[in-house]
Design a protein around this ligand. Structure first.
Ligand code: NDP
Length: 330
């Protein structure tokens, strides 16, 4: 089988020298373990942080070891109770075409209820991130204006639709005219601003939000967030979900740019990690699945084919190559 290892730690944007494709011998299967063959891998922005040798909420990838991430796989052999060949499972798996892993980290999924890849997106980590971040921290009320950055991505597209379900006016921010058209025409967004082409982003957001911004779901940070926060309302809430604008920068620009607005308008800004809500994941998945089956929540994916394309797909997140969830199909 094959695996993709972290060949060296990147400084700034990763490139071909960051990754290496290798052949690998399969270790012996022991009690409590299963052999899995991944069919779908998730690539996610947080993986960039794990390439740095830095302490965080999740340990760094090790040089010379395979990267890993969310995946759906088929069980091909088992020495674990409750797991049998042909079971379809999801879990955190090494970037390998085949792996021997403990069964206790895996969850069986039903691919008749939803396509396998949905368990990596709308019914998985990104969907739960949108659900808890918006509802628990944002606390949307009918008639409020919700702005979401990274709006056409895995998390953002769900945030916008849940905000619509809650009766809000929803304004997205995304990086291409195709994404703008898709969000307004197919996903019910009231307005979407292209942050790459708007001549004056602060004004573009003001025009799209005549009553100001009550909730800003922040996936990106940087200048996009400066422009949204310039339009923030009294008692607004900001679920601080991601800061992708900074993941590949070597020197993060700092300065007292947004704090005065947060202070004088009594704004709540709260960072969170989806794992904070672990105890409530089953509630979240149940509600998301119900909305999907009722047709209230729609989803889209960008599928890249080929195990060896994992690095390319991951890096594609940082240039907006994906619409909806970025998935690699093995
Ligand atoms: P996406 O599917 O949204 O992919 C990333 C998108 O970000 C790209 O498609 C691109 O879209 C946009 N982007 C890339 N670089 C920049 C930039 N410099 N400035 C503005 N936009 C940029 O990823 P996810 O939905 O999986 O994740 C979205 C955010 O949420 C990330 O920051 C991620 O780290 C975070 N996250 C946080 C979690 C948590 O527990 N707190 C859990 C999951 C995700 P475009 O074409 O619009 O530029």
């Amino acid at each position: 089988s094959q695996q993709i290892i972290l060949a060296s730690r990147p400084n700034g944007m990763p490139d071909a020298s960051t990754f290496r494709l290798e052949d690998k011998q399969r270790p012996e299967l022991k009690a409590g373990e299963v052999v899995v063959k991944p069919t779908h891998f998730s690539v996610d922005p947080y993986m960039r942080g794990r390439m740095n040798d830095a302490k965080s909420y999740i340990p760094p990838f090790q040089v010379g070891e395979p990267l890993s991430g969310g995946a759906v796989a088929e069980v091909t052999d088992s020495k674990a109770d409750g797991f049998a060949p042909r079971d379809v499972v999801t879990g955190n798996l090494p970037w390998a075409t085949e792996a021997v892993v403990p069964a206790n980290g895996l969850k069986k999924i039903d691919t008749k209820l939803a396509p396998a890849s949905y368990y990596l997106g709308i019914l998985g980590m990104p969907g739960l991130t949108a659900y808890f971040g918006l509802l628990d921290i944002g606390k949307p009320q009918p008639g409020e204006t919700v702005v979401v950055s990274g709006a056409a991505g895995a998390v953002g597209i769900v945030v916008g639709q849940i905000a619509k379900i809650q009766g809000c006016r929803v304004v997205g921010i995304a990086g291409s005219d195709d994404k703008v058209a898709m969000l307004t025409e197919q996903f019910g967004f009231d307005a979407v601003v292209n942050y790459k082409t708007a001549p004056d982003l602060t004004k573009a957001i003001a025009d799209a939000c005549p009553d100001g911004v009550d909730i800003y779901f922040d996936n990106v940070g940087g200048e996009v967030s400066d422009a949204v926060i310039a339009n923030i309302n009294f008692h607004a809430r900001i679920p601080l979900c991601g800061q992708i604008a900074f993941y590949n920068t070597t020197d993060v620009p700092v300065g007292p740019r947004i704090q005065p607005m947060l202070l004088t308008r009594s704004v709540l800004m709260k960072g969170f990690i989806v794992g904070d809500y672990k105890e409530r994941f089953s509630e979240g998945v149940r509600q998301l699945a119900a909305w999907v089956s009722e047709g209230k929540l729609r989803y889209t994916e960008t599928t890249v084919k080929g195990f060896d394309k994992l690095p390319e797909a991951l890096l594609g997140l940082f240039s907006g190559q994906n619409t909806g969830k970025m998935i690699v199909e093995v």
